[in-house]
Design a protein around this ligand. Structure first.
Ligand SMILES: Cc1cc2nc3c(=O)[nH]c(=O)nc-3n(C[C@H](O)[C@H](O)[C@H](O)COP(=O)(O)O)c2cc1C
Length: 307
């Protein structure tokens, strides 16, 4: 399947694996790229030299292109922005902030820039800054979210910009891909389904929690603080949401989630940690390799789209 996204990223399938904090390290990113999609290393708040190491380790596992997700509000963003150039990374996805100040450096180095957006206004602004494409992410997604649903957001962004749109949030199989394409997207980004991939280093408890999740198992914490995060319900979310309703101060809420994704991903503490995952977790019921996932979902999508 050829789209402007497969051309832009020089990949076989128009599928991007989301740059997920703690989850998207070199094993997962390399496996997705090796299987024909586009893997991303999630830089999140990792020290810059760790990001460089992750990039180099991924290069040992694949010759295919892969990218880095950079959280722009992170104090390390300047350094990570330079590292991706020094390491010859093909594309970055950016979140939480304005990539404008890095644009000319990235463009000169041939790094493709794909901001993650959750509104039409932001998509238009990113196109003006020179973005090569946007990931339009609906609130069904796992992790930090906006307010619009994927179904409503994608066609509005497609109509508003000329650059390719990559749909994200709530896509877990070929039907989701086909639907996104019908809405005008030319690629998709998936997070939750890749969390349970064989190559993902995520703790078994976390993977099993996603595989067993039902449709209604995700909740959103942080609505009151302006930093909403979608994750699977557990002891932590119950206490957090109760405290939010009681109106406890922002700092206390922040303390409750400090390091909590790491706790779930690395230690497998799925009761007190943050088990970030999207609404589509209810559909994710199989443990497979990245290659199996990509072949299965692309087979389903191509059949539906009569490719
Ligand atoms: C565990 C987890 C961590 C995430 N961390 C990040 C992140 O650091 N940066 C980012 O841009 N998106 C992050 N996301 C969002 C994903 O990159 C992706 O856009 C999202 O998962 C797509 O929706 P889905 O979960 O319904 O597939 C995260 C998602 C999950 C599930």
């Amino acid at each position: 399947m050829k789209t402007r996204v497969t051309e832009l990223l020089q990949i076989e399938y128009p599928i991007i694996q989301g740059g997920m904090a703690w989850v998207a390290e070199h094993h997962l990113a390399a496996a997705v790229s090796e299987a024909g999609g586009f893997g991303l290393i999630g830089a999140a708040s990792a020290p810059p030299e760790i990001v460089r190491e992750e990039i180099r380790k991924a290069k040992e596992l694949t010759d295919k292109p892969f990218g880095v997700n950079i959280m722009l509000l992170n104090p390390n963003a300047d350094e990570v922005a330079k590292i991706v150039v020094e390491e010859g990374i093909q594309a970055v996805t950016t979140g939480a902030g304005n990539p404008e100040k890095y644009m000319s450096m990235w463009k000169e180095a041939g790094v493709k820039v794909i901001p993650v957006v959750a509104s039409v206004a932001m998509a238009k602004r990113m196109e003006r800054y020179g973005a090569d494409a946007v990931v339009a992410e609906g609130m069904e997604a796992g992790g930090h979210i906006g307010n619009q649903t994927t179904m409503a957001l994608i066609p509005q962004i497609v109509d508003a910009v000329n650059i390719p749109v990559i749909a994200a949030g709530g896509i877990g199989d070929g039907r989701g891909i086909a639907a996104s394409f019908m809405l005008g997207a030319e690629g998709v980004q998936m997070g939750t389904r890749f969390v349970v991939a064989d190559e993902s280093i995520v703790h078994e408890n976390y993977k099993n929690r996603i595989v067993k999740a039902k449709d209604i198992d995700s909740v959103v914490t942080g609505q009151s603080t302006g930093h909403p995060v979608r994750c699977l319900r557990n002891q932590m979310t119950k206490e957090y949401i109760k405290k939010e309703q009681e109106g406890v101060p922002f700092e206390e809420l922040e303390r409750m989630t400090l390091g909590s994704l790491r706790k779930a991903v690395m230690d497998g503490d799925i009761l007190n940690g943050t088990v970030m995952a999207g609404q589509i977790a209810g559909l994710v019921s199989k443990r497979q390799s990245c290659k199996e996932i990509l072949q299965e979902i692309m087979g389903e999508a191509e059949k539906l789209l009569h490719c």
